[in-house]
Design a protein around this ligand. Structure first.
Ligand SMILES: [Zn+2]
Length: 95
């Protein structure tokens, strides 16, 4: 098991986030949610990001990818693959 601890959100400095020792910049789900609320026009991407909200809550990586996409309007093949893989894993776990 990875060592986890509580860290204050870097954005609102109000909520605590459970992180592993490696993470320096942490953002709580409330702040992520705001950043993730943009509109996605690409139907392919829309479909990919259309996963249960729980998944985003459980996995900050998924949030990061979505925020990045909304920020830059595109993702690398690698990011897309990783996103799909993680989403699939969470789906398998939730069954
Ligand atoms: Zn926050």
């Amino acid at each position: 098991m990875a060592v986890t601890f509580q860290k204050k959100c870097c954005k609102c400095r109000k909520n605590y986030v459970t992180v592993t020792a490696r993470q320096n910049y942490v953002v709580c789900y409330e702040c992520q949610k705001k950043a993730m609320s943009g509109e996605i026009k690409d139907p392919e991407m829309k479909k990919m990001f259309d996963i249960p909200e729980e998944f985003y809550k459980q996995n900050t990586f998924l949030c990061d990818i979505k925020v990045k996409y909304l920020q830059y309007g595109s993702l690398t093949e690698r990011q897309i693959e990783a996103f799909k893989r993680v989403a699939k894993e969470l789906k398998a776990k939730s069954k």
